[in-house]
Design a binder for this molecule. Structure first.
Ligand code: ATP
Ligand code: MG
Length: 564
């Protein structure tokens, strides 16, 4: 099987250059390194598809590494969710690793640094150290503890480890240079005291390594060849390399950090901290609320792993930050669901329709094609009877040239059924239409081959038989934020921009054949969009989430607003 040719992205160019420069192909190895402090989101999907995509392209292993160095924010629940989401996206990791597995090794290496005079214990408070850091244009000043003796440093660091000192009383710092042009190199902290319970190491540790000390060394321990991260780490690369220099052994792979642009998406936020706020302050029902940009939210919304991978592939990776339009993701899922989702009929806003010349009490089972895009999907039977439900918006007393639906005196075809003509309607005291009366042409049945069945009428409506229809709950979603960039406004908190109308719950009626549908089963409700069975469904009480409409209504709305 050949994969369609695609030009190399800049990361692949770097890898190709390394291979040309002598790196053995079997030494290629990647990792995806989430911090288990929240659920994965669409931005992570980009990074997952990048790393695992490289693994597939080069036949190289990819580790799943939990960057669990901050016990204050990390939890087992998040570890479990992350594993579930990566697997659901369709990727198999080589090893499941944890930075916390390396705590002993990292500690030993830190002791080595002290022994070689390259690290010291600083006993000042955070504010004082911050002031001593200097500014980008001004050198920092040395800490009065910078020249502590090796013995004293070893003794203090050991005491820190044994829990003899309170949080904030001491830190271990690398001794690099306080006048370095890169501020991150001005004696960075490598260990801090935290008297916290860790989700894996429990109370074994009272000192925890900082990200910079843990990350590169973990890459090295796992022999990762290319450590890809987002661009806010560009300035950290120098430190990453300095730390590696302290431990590197000949004949082992030296990991290389390279950076790519963080993805932002329109009409949502992708920062775990902000997503956690949406959850904790109950703007949404949880991390997997179908409005959330999390992988588990997208799954519950009816997205397929294929569509998310396709989307990540389409947007690719970049060197500059940019905003990706959410409608691109919607396009991907629409395209995939069009191929795989069985068609069914469901009426979201019912209006009763009576066929006056259809025999009372009679039920006919009509044959309907499950998916015109997939012959193997076969056919099903749907009941037809004298009283049906149609969509309210599909009937008007008076139509016009642009109204291809049902109007008094006009004709339409009922999908998979007959041609009907509207005769009259009932209204309530407010003038709202409550029932439409029609006649049907018994010879016009779809697929019967008669002349009448082949007759073209301009509109086709979906419907369900009133007596057979299955009442279901349907949850309709709009964007969680109507603002395209909710977290980019200086004076407006993003939470104040949550769309108050992002969820509408209605009762709808679907074909009876759906009674056995299971959570995560996806369907196209013909003419209405794609829907998925929600996990809140109970026997006899199905709940559907609307995944996406059949067309991009937002693009249309925006075009209208712009006068297009
Ligand atoms: P957040 O701010 O959402 O917590 P993070 O970068 O702190 O993001 P991590 O769990 O540390 O989250 O990220 C794991 C990997 O995913 C990192 O390599 C990170 O660079 C990448 N990543 C996170 N967010 C994005 C994004 N929006 N676009 C691309 N890659 C991302
Ligand atoms: Mg992070």
């Amino acid at each position: 099987m050949t994969t369609p040719a695609r030009s190399l992205n800049f990361i692949e160019h770097i890898i190709e250059d390394d291979l040309k420069g002598g790196l053995a192909p079997k030494k290629l190895k990647f990792r995806f390194p989430p911090e288990p402090n929240g659920y994965l989101h669409m931005g992570h999907a980009s990074s997952i598809c990048l790393n695992f995509g490289l693994g597939q392209r080069y036949g190289a292993p990819v580790n799943l590494r939990f960057d669990d160095t901050n016990p204050a924010k990390e939890e087992q629940e998040y570890v479990d969710a992350i594993k579930r989401d990566v697997a659901w996206l369709g990727y198999n990791w080589d090893q499941e690793c944890y930075a916390s597995d390396y705590f002993s090794q990292l500690y030993d290496w830190a002791v080595e640094l002290i022994r070689s005079g390259k690290a010291y214990v600083d006993s000042q408070d955070a504010e004082t150290m911050a002031v001593q850091k200097g500014t980008p244009t001004q050198a920092g000043t040395n800490s009065p503890f910078r020249e502590r003796s090796i013995e004293e440093n070893l003794c203090l660091f050991d005491e820190m480890k044994r829990g003899l000192h309170p949080e904030g009383s001491h830190v271990l710092r690398a001794k690099i240079a306080m006048d370095h042009t890169n501020m991150l190199m001005r004696d960075p902290i490598i260990y801090r005291i935290l008297h916290r319970h860790h989700h894996r190491t429990a109370n074994d540790w009272c000192v925890y390594p900082m990200y910079d000390w843990a990350h590169g060394q973990s890459d090295y321990l796992e022999q990762i060849s290319h450590s890809l991260c987002t661009m806010e780490f560009t300035m950290h690369r120098e430190l990453y390399d300095w730390f590696l220099d302290q431990i590197i052994q000949p004949d082992l792979v030296r990991p290389k950090q390279r950076e790519f642009a963080r993805r932002n998406f329109s009409h949502t936020v992708v920062s775990k901290r902000k997503l956690l706020q949406l959850v904790e302050e109950k703007y949404v029902s949880g991390w997997d609320d179908p409005r959330m940009p999390t992988i588990s939210g997208l799954r519950r919304r009816g997205y397929t792993p294929e569509s998310i991978r396709q989307f990540a592939d389409t947007i690719g990776i970049a060197k500059r930050d940019n905003l990706v339009d959410l409608s691109l993701l919607e396009f991907s899922v629409r395209e995939h669901l069009n191929k795989i989702a069985p068609r069914v009929m469901g009426v979201l806003d019912p209006l009763k329709l009576v066929i006056e010349n259809y025999p009372e009490g009679e039920v006919e089972w009509l044959e309907a094609e499950n998916n015109p895009e997939d012959e193997s999907a076969g056919f099903r039977q749907i009941p037809f009877s004298r009283e049906l439900l149609i969509e309210k918006e599909d009937f008007k007393e008076e139509g016009n040239k642009k109204f291809f639906r049902l109007a008094l005196g006009g004709e339409v075809r009922l999908k998979n059924g007959y041609i009907i003509q509207a005769v009259r309607c009932d209204k309530d005291e407010n003038g709202a239409i409550t029932c439409v009366y029609c006649t049907y042409d018994p010879k016009s049945k779809s697929g019967s081959g008669t002349e009448e069945s082949l007759r073209k009428v301009k509109g086709t409506l979906h419907w369900v038989s009133a007596a057979h229809a299955l009442p279901v709950e349907v949850r309709l979603y709009d964007r969680l934020f109507t603002d395209p960039t909710p977290d980019s406004h200086k004076d407006v908190p993003f939470l104040s921009l949550v769309n108050p109308n992002s969820l509408e719950v209605i009762q709808a009626f679907v074909e009876p054949g759906l009674a056995e549908a299971q959570p995560e089963d996806r369907f196209q409700f013909q003419r209405m969009g794609y829907f998925v069975v929600d996990k809140d469904s109970k026997p006899g009480k199905l709940v559907f989430n609307k995944t996406v409409g059949l067309r991009d209504t937002w693009a249309r709305l925006e075009a209208t607003e712009n006068g297009g």
